[in-house]
Design a protein. Sequence first.
Length: 631
Amino acid sequence: MAVTNDIIKKISQKTSMPTFKVRAYLRGATDVIGAALQEGEKVELPELGTFKLLRLPIRKVETNFGGKKQVLKLAATTTPDFDISETLKPLVRSTPPSQAPQQPVEDNFRISPLHNRESSVQFIELNGKVIPKTILALVPENLAKKYQAVPFALEEKVLSIAMTDPENEEAFNAIRKTSGKILKPFLTTQEDINYILDQYSALQSELNELVENSETDDISTIEEQEEKVSDEDITETSPAAKIVSSLLKRGVREKASDIHIEPSEDDVQVRFRVDGVLRKVLALPKEVQPALISRIKILSNLKIDETRLPQDGRIQILLDANKIDFRISTIPTVNGEKIVARILDHSKGTLTFDQLGVRGRSLTVLQENIKKAHGMTLVTGPTGSGKSTTLYAIVSQIKDDGVNIVTMEDPVEYRMPGVNQSQVNSKIGFTFTSGLRSILRQDPDVVMVGEIRDKETADISINAALTGHIVLSSLHTNDSAGALPRLLDMGIEPFLITSSTNAIIAQRLCRKICEKCRQEDMVKPEDVELIKKEIESLPELERGEASKKKAFYKGAGCAACGKTGYKGRIGIFEILTVTEGVKTLTLKRASNSDILAQAKQDGLITMRQDGILKALDGLTTIEEIWRVTKE
């Protein structure tokens, strides 16, 4: 403001105009320039320069926070810019921008300077922190969401703001005007922004308010209620629409994999599956059930009047600039229709082998097999064990401009650039079998089939592997050794299986210990012998490394993990190579146990052993390993 007043005074002195007229002219000029920029136009001022919009692409910033390097993405933004004319450049002095007074931030926030750029902006971690309502009130929720910027500390007149893009001048100016404070920007992650945004309003209170504001009359039958709400509920402003929107967004932000909406006699239960475990989130009044179900059906293009048969649909929303898909499934129950929404977040992308948890001998075996010129690699495990994610990780490893990769999926969960992805549609006869036949006429190098469900699909996949293609697919078996007998049960000849199959991966997902509250843990006496037995049967190298480690860990429970002691998941794997010994047993149609025993002699690390190694590294608990590997 002081700089602006100085300019007004100087113009007034040079032109002999009153200062109020100069101020009015300047305000009018900025309004004209601003309007032009909003239309995407340039404003050229002869002999002065040009006002234009500067489009900043997505930028990557490397941070070194807490000794852990990570790369953060700054969002793409558009900001006003001014190019000064060449004639004026020699006359302009470059002065450093004024900086807000440096104030200490509260001790309970962990901060770290950016690692590779000349900037005073620091990185801050907010996950698990509770921000006082008085501080949150300084930046309205709509502004915080629009600019992805949240306040977290106030020292005298200096307000500390965490942003995903501290270089966004428009956001900085808007928040400064609204709060009336001197701002000090910090860089943070999208996850931490979402964590603080959730503190503006709690889900239960938000939904309770929506329910109270809804004008649902007491109607005698469910059918009459559904008929009443089916047309009214299409509007985005109806209470049911707001409730559904809140549930979907909160499910994504709490990193749930599934949202369960379950009607009971007295109410409607809502549960989220987080890190593989279902937990109750809230209960809604029975009166909102018809409108809630109808709204979800409308969004997913399902038949509203069909309540006797299961239906499947899909919803896509835009949340925090990311596309989120929800795979919707309905099924009739005695208390009404139950709905499950599977969350597919495309922003996560594919994971690396390291992020999945594949390492050591298992990683070496896997990399050797996916580099082969042809043959089949199978991923096995129950529903929800991460088979598709592993297949995507393998595809991303072998993806190349010189490789034609075609997939047949149900559904396509993640979009992969450079990969030709196709989705089955059984309603029109486009199944795995018919699609696979068509794929093989597309000159593929790599074929990924979402799942082998029947003999016909298995036959085509094996023939493709035998004729020079790399084939990736999944099977529903409990362990890696069980995949070979499963193919035999489908009616596949043993010599075809042994000639075509390179490797079989079995996996489970177990919860990771929360890094913020991890501490050493005492193992139960009854578990000690089991652990020793598993370690003794490890290959020599892994056995030696495991023997050096003595401590196990657990999470004490904190705000960051919701008092559970766990946050996130990691895979445990066993990767079976089809060796000569395994081939011989397969040709003899041997049992699972015989094949597994042979694989162990060949150096196989079982899922339970892999889990114990990860527990010794402090990644998960021994109780979690027993839970996911119990037979």
